[in-house]
Ligand binder design. Structure first.
Ligand code: ADP
Length: 191
């Protein structure tokens, strides 16, 4: 199994690159954001709670997303590997992921860190907000909030993974195809 965390700020291109990776390497994509948006669309109890937090640019509680990841791992034992997108976002989540994988004799093999500067991110997210109907991409204050949450809570996780020698930093600014190639090189190295 090949398990990859695609890591980076909102708007870094994690979703775009994940789509490419699942096709090329036959991996299963687990995006906590996507799962939460399905819950919101279906107006489940979890979805309603999540919507309130997401619309303020806040994180959903750790236990909620950890539960979602746990059931996704357990339901998909036959896959070639996972891409975790939008998860982990806190140190607590990162430790829980290690534990969940370990219980299944698995581990995180690589953390692909897509780096993009803040002003570029704001531009991309506002554009995505115009093109999609994601409410959390439509308001610059909410976007700035999410970026603050990222830099305060999520970015420090890079140290956790660097200590384990798992981080590959990829320049997330440039042609999508160039970024795809850079990512492929990293994955081919560990395969
Ligand atoms: P982004 O483009 O901000 O990376 P996502 O689609 O990954 O967007 O997530 C959208 C929102 O869902 C986040 O802003 C957050 O509120 C919530 N969310 C997603 N994943 C997590 C997580 N692992 N922990 C807590 N909240 C999460």
């Amino acid at each position: 199994m090949l398990n990859v965390v695609i890591f980076g700020p909102p708007g870094a291109g994690k979703g775009t690159q994940s789509k490419f990776l699942i096709e090329k390497y036959n991996l299963m994509h687990i995006s906590t954001g996507d799962i939460l948006r399905v819950e919101i669309a279906e107006k489940t109890q979890l979805g309603l709670k999540a919507q309130e937090l997401i619309s303020q640019g806040k994180l959903v509680p750790d236990e909620v997303v950890i539960g979602m990841i746990q059931s996704a791992i357990l339901k998909n034992k036959e896959v070639a590997g996972f891409i975790f997108d939008g998860f982990p976002r806190t140190l607590f989540q990162a430790k829980a992921l290690d534990r969940l994988l370990e219980e299944n004799n698995l581990k995180v093999d690589k953390v692909l860190f897509l780096s993009v500067d803040k002003e570029e991110l704001i531009k991309r997210l506002l554009l995505r907000g115009k093109e999609s109907n994601r409410p959390d991409d439509q308001d610059e204050n909410i976007i700035r909030n999410r970026l603050d949450v990222y830099f305060d809570n999520t970015f420090p996780l890079i140290e956790f993974y660097k200590e384990q020698n798992k981080v590959a930093e990829i320049n997330g600014v440039g042609k999508i195809d160039t970024i795809k190639e850079d990512i492929s090189k990293e994955i081919d190295e560990i395969k």
